[in-house]
Design a binder for this molecule. Sequence first.
Ligand code: SAH
Length: 264
Amino acid sequence: MWKKVTILISFLLIMINGCIVVDNVMAPATIENDESLEEPSTVTVIEATEDPYSEARQRLVSEGIIGWGIKNPEVIDVIGRTPRHEFVPLEYLDRAYSNNPLPIGYGQTISQPYIVALMTQELGVEAGDRVLEIGTGSGYQAAVLAEMGVEVYTMEIIGPLAEAAAERLDKLGDDNVHVRHDDGYFGWPEKGPFDGVIVTAAPDHVPQPLLDQLKTGAVLVIPVGPVGGYQELWRITRLDEGQHKAESLGGVRFVPFTRTEVEP
Ligand code: SAH
């Protein structure tokens, strides 16, 4: 009798144990077919190579993007899938998803994620549109637009930054971004007019050539104000030949819009 009970308990244990193993293996969302169930070691490898930043990025989206008032679902989505950690220097990796600007060398910064989201939202562009960006910097803002399906023409006055950004964007597969090393004051008239223009460094006035390269109905998002102080972020819509509507989006702080390349 006891022998029978022992056999029965052992049998039950084997079944339960079997279930537990299967449950564990099935948990990661990365498993796509039953084949992998036979090789639990593969599962460990897949788990180890998962994006280690996804949790931090989702926290940034819920607290610093949605929590700070960004409403456009496409913008919220794109910030949630653009790998900002690929755009910050190694020594700042642990702060890649903090809601702050970070140094990228040459006295320049990668913008605060909330500001990138706000400017992207206010541009009001969609997949297939063509956008001019002045101030490539790390390339993060350009990548965000490119991930939305926008064709991006971006200009950077500091040669090594332009080069590094182009390489980075290429590596990430954002092949709808065109980087040009030049002073962006005169824009990129050969590629215009644009469905939107975004300036991520602050001049003390709005460059007329950038207004001229907007299509009718298109928007220029630009911080304007004194060097070193606070500036005002403007959303300027081209209404008709020579006519524009300007709306303030509030106070911001950007690096200066320069006219000559600074020496490294
Ligand atoms: N959009 C960037 C932010 C970069 S900071 C990002 O996502 O990382 C602003 C950048 O504008 C700096 O790299 C600076 O060198 C560049 N810049 C300043 N004046 C410029 C000009 N006249 N033409 C082109 N780029 C300029």
